[in-house]
Ligand binder design. Structure first.
Ligand code: FOL
Length: 241
């Protein structure tokens, strides 16, 4: 089939001040309003988009971390990436195209699948983890087949969740890190900042509150949320140039 326009990916992730995102194959927290933001962001389709659906791409370990009663994530086309694909692996993982879940062996194959007619017409595509796939997508140059264009970040200001054992690669410059810390009311001399490896040049820029609302199709909280003594902020970042 003829090459179509590159698939635009949006990574969505909740991360600590030091970019921690998971521990022991699970999320380090259980935050119901934060999860509601995830569900809404990944499910919502623009008005006038007819019968389009969104897609979520995830790695095999992330698929297995979702409680069985919630997977496949409903109302979204689920695409799972594993080096072991095929009918056997599908069966083992409980993946079936009839339920809008698909097993493929790479990000490129996921992009091909979503650009083909074997799935409903797709509005937005979210990369939902885990750490290995976020890293691969962030490090890859734009290609014919797909590009990572937005980061929908939930920044968890406190507590530190120091037990995290997997991380998102740093995507901010030192000024951008300082701005996040200032927003959260954290001093620049606090230890977490010293552990980070800021980018020498801006690769991502923070969207304005208005741009974020527009992207979500309605107002988003732009302040500091608090849930079970966890403080966090919703953000949207755009890839520069
Ligand atoms: N991004 C953000 N912002 N927060 C997250 O928790 C998150 N989690 C993942 C990827 N990106 C994220 C991966 N982990 C479910 C469970 C784990 C998971 C992703 C989704 C899940 O069960 N979701 C259901 C809602 C469940 C509920 O309401 O409690 C869904 O329908 O989306």
């Amino acid at each position: 089939m003829a090459q179509q326009k590159p698939l635009s990916l949006i990574a969505i992730v909740a991360i600590t001040r030091t970019n921690g995102l998971g521990v022991n194959g699970q999320l380090p927290w259980r935050l119901s309003r934060e999860m509601a933001h995830f569900r809404k962001a990944t499910s919502a389709v623009g008005e006038n988009e007819g019968s389009k659906m969104n897609a979520v791409i995830m790695g095999r370990k992330t698929w297995q971390s979702i409680p069985p009663k919630f997977r496949p994530l409903k109302g979204r086309v689920n695409v799972v990436i594993s080096r072991q694909s095929g009918k056997e692996a599908e069966k083992e993982l409980g993946i079936s195209p009839e339920e809008h879940s698909h097993l493929v062996s790479s990000l490129d194959a996921a992009a091909d699948l979503l650009g083909s007619s074997s799935t409903p017409s797709i509005y937005r595509t979210f990369l939902i983890g885990g750490a290995q796939l976020y890293k691969e997508a962030m490090e890859r140059e734009r290609s014919q087949s797909w590009s990572l264009d937005k980061l929908m970040i939930t920044r968890i200001h406190s507590p530190a969740f120091e037990e995290c054992d997997v991380f998102l690669p740093e995507f901010r410059t030192s000024d951008q890190i300082k701005e996040d810390e200032r927003f959260a009311g954290i001093g620049n001399d606090e230890p977490a900042i010293g552990k980070l490896k800021p980018l020498p040049e801006q690769k991502w820029s923070a969207a304005s509150d208005q741009q974020f609302d527009q992207f979500m199709g309605g107002p988003v909280s732009h302040g500091i949320e608090e849930e079970k003594d966890v403080r966090y902020t919703f953000q949207l970042w755009d890839r520069k140039e």
